[in-house]
Design a protein around this ligand. Structure first.
Ligand SMILES: CC(C)(COP(=O)(O)OP(=O)(O)OC[C@H]1O[C@@H](n2cnc3c(N)ncnc32)[C@H](O)[C@@H]1OP(=O)(O)O)[C@@H](O)C(=O)NCCC(=O)NCCS
Length: 149
């Protein structure tokens, strides 16, 4: 799949909201996605397909020391074709020079996401009991330490 990772625009939000609904039991609403887009502290990336339509997206932040990934998904029909990895790579490559860690949480049962994070070097760093609802589940905290010279 030919993927171009770029900044998200307002016109991407309806398609991203559809992917969100198809990916999570407790999806972000279109309003929540729009707020993330307008929040200057959020980094909101889109993986655009050949027609410049969103095939996936990532929302994260970077305070210049540590970065955090809030949300990532690929459209169900676009999975296992490198969309998730392309988004993570673009996010990490765009971080501040001084940023030394990237962290996130993931449902214990989410083997696809855990597989993606582990393949990129993230390590489990702890468990947050009862982090998720619908259904209730623990979250694993995962951290990637960036090598700096
Ligand atoms: C997690 C998710 C974003 C991965 O996106 P993707 O575009 O399918 O991932 P990629 O094709 O880039 O896969 C990269 C690597 O991740 C791992 N991986 C991806 N899907 C996997 C699966 N179903 N099982 C095991 N490992 C998987 C593999 O190591 C894969 O490399 P490979 O294909 O060369 O074996 C996608 O499954 C998704 O949108 N899931 C629903 C939303 C979600 O759970 N988001 C994460 C919340 S914490």
């Amino acid at each position: 799949m030919n993927i171009n990772v770029r900044k998200t625009c307002e016109r991407d939000i309806p398609a991203i909201a559809r992917i969100e609904k198809n990916s999570f039991t407790d999806p972000w609403s279109e309003n929540a996605l729009m707020s993330a887009l307008k929040n200057e502290f959020e980094i909101f990336l889109t993986a655009a397909d050949e027609n410049d339509m969103p095939a996936g997206y990532l929302v994260g932040s970077d305070d210049g020391f540590s970065a955090y990934i809030d949300n990532i998904a690929a459209a169900p029909e676009a999975r296992r074709q490198g969309v998730g990895r392309a988004l993570m790579t673009a996010f990490i490559n765009g971080l501040s020079e001084k940023t030394v860690t990237v962290s996130l949480e993931v449902r214990v049962s989410n083997s696809a996401a855990r597989g993606l994070y582990e393949s990129m070097g993230f390590k489990a760093a702890g468990v947050r009991k009862g982090l998720y609802t619908a259904p209730a589940e623990d979250g694993i905290v995962m951290i990637l330490r960036l090598e700096k010279e």
